[in-house]
Design a protein around this ligand. Structure first.
Ligand code: PDD
Length: 289
């Protein structure tokens, strides 16, 4: 199990990788990033993550190194580890500058790639499901800092996880609602609920990250003729009373939820639609990698 970091043009041991204190990612969270999982050592849906990195950077007027350059850095870092499966974090900051908010004062963008053991949920968590808490911290408003931008500013999400864990130390994930009250997404995941036989997930209009896994799951469900609707409003009670709930993210893939705010979901076990989608998603990942 190894961790390697690409920084300053080289793949290094974690202790040898540094970022200057005047880096704007450090000073202001002025950066974009992606987390990519591997299957059989190969990045899963890397092209989708690179597309989203570009979209995030564009929204922040942040210049990215060439896509080829980033992909070569990812490949070189991944080649330097011997993990069963890895978690790849691609970070691009706006670079160094004076302690001055003006983005025009920044130098060259800085690329850092961290590759570490995947560290995803345990087999038991997939089998038995996890607990989540709906928190009072609202998801950032799209008019303030659009959750569609995957930036290095994750304080909204850090506050949410903190609240969930203070309330229930065993909570796996915090669920944030948008300011208008609709359930939005997890602190680092998207969310699906099965209500009356229909799979529902908050629409992008609610103000969420356009999750790569979420997009694949929506397409898989539709391709399999499972009823699925992206909804512009999902109440917290709808989630608490759902028959099935699951989370999606690149590190988790599809992870069943069996308790929301201490209330048992369905019969307390991962439900049939969740399990069907887990199987379909596994097949898709195998085919893609
Ligand atoms: N998080 N919503 C938020 C706020 C996220 O941070 C993430 C991903 C997702 C799921 O997106 P995807 O399916 O593309 O991974 C949704 C990653 C895992 C992270 O924070 O490292």
């Amino acid at each position: 199990m190894t961790i390697r970091v690409y920084s300053d043009g080289q793949v290094r041991a974690p202790g040898d990788a540094t970022v200057p204190v005047f880096d704007r990612g450090f000073l202001f969270g002025d950066s974009v990033y992606e987390t990519v999982g591997t299957n059989r050592g190969k990045p899963i849906f890397l092209a989708d993550h690179m597309d989203r990195l570009a979209r995030s950077a564009e929204r922040l007027f942040l210049r990215l190194p060439d896509r080829d350059f980033i992909e070569r850095a990812v490949a070189a870092t991944l080649a330097a580890v011997d993990n069963a499966e890895s978690r790849i974090r691609i970070i691009v900051t706006r670079g160094d500058g004076p302690v001055d908010l003006d983005p025009a004062s920044a130098g060259e963008p800085r690329l850092v790639v961290i590759v570490q053991p995947l560290g995803g949920p345990s087999p038991e968590m997939y089998e038995k499901g996890v607990q989540v808490e709906i928190v009072s911290v609202a998801r950032n408003s799209p008019q303030a800092l659009d959750p569609a931008i995957k930036s290095g500013n994750y304080l909204n999400n850090v506050l949410a996880i903190g609240e969930a864990r203070r309330r229930r130390p065993t909570a796996h994930e915090a669920i944030l609602c948008a300011a208008h009250g609709s359930v939005a997404e997890g602190a680092s995941s998207n969310l699906f609920a099965v209500v009356g036989g229909e799979i529902r997930t908050p629409s992008l209009q609610v103000g969420i990250l356009d999750g790569v896994t979420r997009g694949k799951v929506v397409a898989l469900a539709r391709g399999d003729h499972m009823p699925l609707r992206e909804v512009d409003f999902m109440s917290p009670d709808e989630l608490r009373q759902a028959n099935e709930v699951f989370l999606t993210s690149s590190v988790r893939n599809i992870l069943p939820v069996v308790q929301v705010d201490g209330i048992t979901v369905g019969d307390g076990k991962p439900g049939p639609m969740t399990k069907r989608l887990m199987a379909l998603y596994r097949q898709l990942v195998e085919a893609e990698t």
